[in-house]
Design a protein around this ligand. Structure first.
Ligand code: AMP
Ligand code: GLY
Length: 445
């Protein structure tokens, strides 16, 4: 069992290290959450069932059977005296883990099932956005193949076709011509390649611009924007190839100027939270806006109901606040009393993946070089798909590691992160070599 001894607690022995935290999820985002939570002087112990080899250095990763409707996790939280549960991924949020924990009288951070629909149903998300007059692309929802095909007659290309439900980065396709669009509509609705997630779909106007991620903490009343970040979704350099969960991120993102940030708060986040409230939905947790910064301003591509992965790996190392305090304030509706503080340095996270990801790839390759990289404030290797095998650490997923570096300037952070990456090796490793380049171009006079 891991007893944490964060440096902050040594500095202030008055703070009682008594809180036990359960983190749900096992990837890079969750390693980052565990790393950040472990820095809270209030935290005695962290549990992250099934967690990867990196998480295992900070938390008890003994697997726990989730049980029917999360009953196994509720029993576990009760028996271990868990005072706070933090949910990383969207799937348990969409299935109502927050509702179940709350009914059991347990404290949990994240939106409830109704609120999580902002991510789990793209048509619901669009309905909220449009009712709130939030800038977005125009779109139509379709329940039948015939109607979707007929709609194509009146459209020009490119067009974006989106499955309504959760599809792990596989549910959005940009189509350049009618033949491709018909193929995708058939694949989603007829062949059901995404199961039920594709039985309803959206056909959306294609937006030109640069993408960015803006995440906020909200207690349903107050919205506290985090600093900006930019993800790199396509698998290959130059934003080519299929979309992935994300191949790297940096924060802050210069494309989000102070003016755009204010616009996002006033024209996107606050109206969305207000619209949800009008419908009886009090959104508590992290609200993540996937944005396209167009010639005419920021427009919402999607909302997610959780921290981004890998954006979190670049964001949380820059957050000065105690994350547990912020989460408590969200749960208790006290976010108006909180001010977020950020380290001024830039952070860059480079995802090291298994060759073949996001399609087929091999697992079980020995990872070397990790021991040469001691974790510091400014260099952290977050694990995603890894597992321990005796003294060795093996690859165990498509995205394997998120190598994060902080430095006073973005170019220095990029150099530092790639230097760290060059020290790590495993068979068939793959990573993009252009993480952060868009920001560098923008920063050039
Ligand atoms: P989503 O899951 O909705 O964020 O879509 C995944 C990716 O598809 C986004 O990160 C964008 O790169 C792209 N995308 C989604 N919607 C649009 C759109 N309306 N116009 C252009 N690209 C889009
Ligand atoms: N990085 C994209 C996501 O977390 O959805």
């Amino acid at each position: 069992m891991t007893i944490l001894n964060p440096p902050e607690a040594d500095k202030n022995p008055q703070i009682l290290k008594s809180l036990r935290v359960l983190v749900i999820g096992t990837g890079g985002r969750e390693h980052t959450l565990v790393w950040k939570i472990a820095r809270s002087p209030r935290v005695e112990r962290i549990y992250c069932p099934g967690g990867n080899a990196g998480i295992a250095t900070l938390a008890d990763t003994t697997p726990v059977d989730e049980g029917e409707n999360f009953s196994g996790l509720v029993d576990f939280a009760r028996s271990e005296g868990i005072g706070l549960t933090v949910v990383g991924p969207e799937a348990p949020l969409a299935r109502g883990i927050v509702d179940t924990f709350q009914e059991a009288g347990l404290r949990i951070f994240g939106p409830d099932k109704k609120a999580a629909r902002i991510e789990s149903s793209k048509s619901f998300c669009k309905e909220i956005i449009l009712s709130a007059s939030v800038p977005t692309s125009s779109a139509q929802v379709f329940f039948s193949i015939a109607d979707a095909m007929k709609y194509l007659d009146s459209q020009t290309f490119p067009l974006v076709i989106k499955a309504d439900g959760l599809a792990a980065a596989k549910g959005v396709v940009i189509t350049r011509n009618r033949t491709d669009a018909e193929k995708i509509i058939n694949a989603f609705m007829n062949d059901e390649i995404l199961g039920k997630a594709g039985s309803r779909l959206l056909i959306e106007e294609y937006l030109e611009g640069e993408e960015a991620s803006l995440l906020a903490f909200t207690d349903g009343e107050t919205v506290l924007l985090m600093d900006s970040a930019q993800d790199h979704k396509p698998v290959y350099d130059g934003d080519t190839g299929p979309n992935t969960g994300g191949m790297g991120a940096y924060s802050p993102a210069p494309v989000i100027t102070p003016e755009i940030r204010t616009q996002c708060l006033n024209e996107i986040f606050i109206p969305t939270i207000t619209e949800l409230k009008k419908r009886g939905i009090i959104y508590k947790g992290v609200l993540y806006a996937g944005l396209m910064i167009t010639q005419t301003g920021p427009k919402v591509l999607e909302f997610n109901c959780r921290f981004g992965d890998p954006e979190t790996q670049a964001l949380l190392p820059r957050l000065k606040n105690d994350l547990v305090d912020v989460m408590d304030a969200v749960i208790d509706g006290r976010l108006a009393d909180v001010e977020l503080q950020w380290r001024p340095e830039s952070a860059v996270c480079i995802v090291m993946a298994s060759q073949g990801y996001p399609d087929k790839y091999e697992k079980g390759k020995v990872i070397t070089g990790l021991e040469q990289i001691p974790t510091t404030q400014d260099a952290i290797v977050f694990h995603a798909g890894t597992k321990c095998d005796g003294a060795e650490i093996l690859t165990n997923g498509g995205r394997v590691l998120g190598v994060t570096a902080l430095a006073e300037t973005l170019p220095n952070a990029i150099d530092k992160a790639y230097r760290l990456v060059s020290q790590i090796d495993f068979e068939n490793k793959y990573y993009r070599t252009d993480i952060g380049q868009k920001a560098l171009k923008r920063m050039k006079p």
